[in-house]
Write a protein that binds this ligand. Structure first.
Ligand SMILES: [Zn+2]
Ligand SMILES: [Zn+2]
Length: 360
């Protein structure tokens, strides 16, 4: 059967910000020059997808519609147009955050295309992976090691590479203390494992208002060396971190977009330590602790294609295993609601192969 006679089932945004996904059907496209058609099996659900549906964050002021969201998809190429850049039918590939970069700006020329100001974001500026078949430029496809579990590998395309690149930028020295704020979430639970890969001691910080033990036991199961519930710790948080880390954190990864997380990090980071801002929201950080303790504050925005492939290889070696909860593509609105509400342990991943229409 030719691809043009096959039907593609998509979850599509058609209304304004805040309107839910609709289920649409259309013929599977044929690839344009330089494009491949990828049959998606699984796709992760990310905060970026919440912005695409509901607005805010990096989403454009006026919504781009119709739009298929999703940017953590994995599947096989079913057809490819020339030039194919070495990709062929049957290759296992991933579709991540970027669908297009300019290749001429300073960041592109310096091999940091994740900072390209002209980048087209998948599932925000162009159609993404909340559908069975995606037409996608081959030069932004990611090669996926076939040994990896397809569902479990999805989060590495975005959350995993972000956590890994953030850690690597700090050039961490084994044996030192890394504090991870927001440790049980999509980014945090992968950061714990990558930090252990770098030989760091990990203090996980997260919070449960009701005092439930799930987040804490989840962090322990991933290799944490210590855990603090910041809600239970209250004003004692910094003292507890300093005691646990024998004087303060050497490295802090802040995945929480809350001001209190940055205020606390400035307090419990030790002399000469580094704070990596990833969950930025509208936060600021005081210069006082930076000056007083010679701190370094850095930031990180996803990673390059090469970074993703490096993060994948580390996962393929068995050192980093994303914890995923599977849902059907039909549950996309429910899944986005859960991500928006917070508190998901690990990552939600949608099974696209069992696509049977949106659940109402
Ligand atoms: Zn993402
Ligand atoms: Zn560029």
């Amino acid at each position: 059967m030719s691809s043009t006679s096959m039907i593609n089932r998509s979850c599509t945004l058609t209304g304004g910000y805040g309107e839910p996904y609709q289920f649409t059907e259309a013929p599977v496209p044929t690839p344009a020059p330089g494009e491949a058609i990828v049959r998606i099996d699984f796709t992760g659900v990310c905060h970026g997808d919440v912005y695409s549906r509901d607005g805010g964050g990096p989403a454009p002021a006026a919504p781009i519609r119709p739009l298929v969201g999703g940017h953590e998809g994995i599947g096989e190429i079913i057809s490819v147009g020339e030039p194919n850049q070495g990709f062929a039918v049957g290759d296992l590939v991933g579709i991540a955050w970027r669908g297009q970069v300019c290749k001429v700006c300073q960041s592109c020329r310096e091999g940091a295309e994740n900072y390209c100001e002209q980048q087209q974001i998948v599932g925000m500026h162009m159609d993404g992976t909340f559908q069975r078949y995606v037409a996608f430029p081959v030069d932004q496809l990611i090669r996926i090691p076939p040994s990896l579990d397809r569902a479990a590998a999805c989060p590495i395309l975005c959350a995993g590479v972000t956590a890994y690149t953030a850690l690597r930028k700090m050039q961490p020295e084994a044996g030192k203390w890394c504090v991870i704020v927001g440790a049980s979430g999509g980014l945090g639970h992968l950061a714990i494992q990558y930090a252990k890969h770098f030989g760091l001691k990990v203090l996980s910080i997260d919070g449960d208002a009701a005092g439930n033990p799930e987040k804490e036991s989840f962090c322990w199961s991933l290799g944490s060396d210590a855990y603090i519930d910041f809600l239970q710790a209250g004003t004692q948080l910094s003292d507890l971190v300093k005691t646990t880390t024998d004087g303060g954190a050497h490295y802090v990864l802040v995945f929480s977009p809350h001001q209190s997380a940055y205020d606390a990090a400035g307090d419990y980071t030790r002399f000469g330590g580094q704070i990596m801002a990833v969950g930025i929201g509208n936060c600021h950080i005081s210069l006082r602790p930076i000056l007083r303790k010679n701190l370094i504050v850095r930031s990180n925005q996803t990673g390059t294609k090469a970074d993703i492939e490096e993060a994948m290889r580390i996962s393929a070696s068995g050192k980093v295993k994303p914890k995923v909860q599977l849902m059907s593509l039909a549950s996309v609105n429910e899944a986005l609601g859960k991500v928006k509400a917070g508190g998901v342990l690990g990552k939600l991943v949608l099974d696209v192969s069992s696509n049977v229409g949106l659940r109402t």
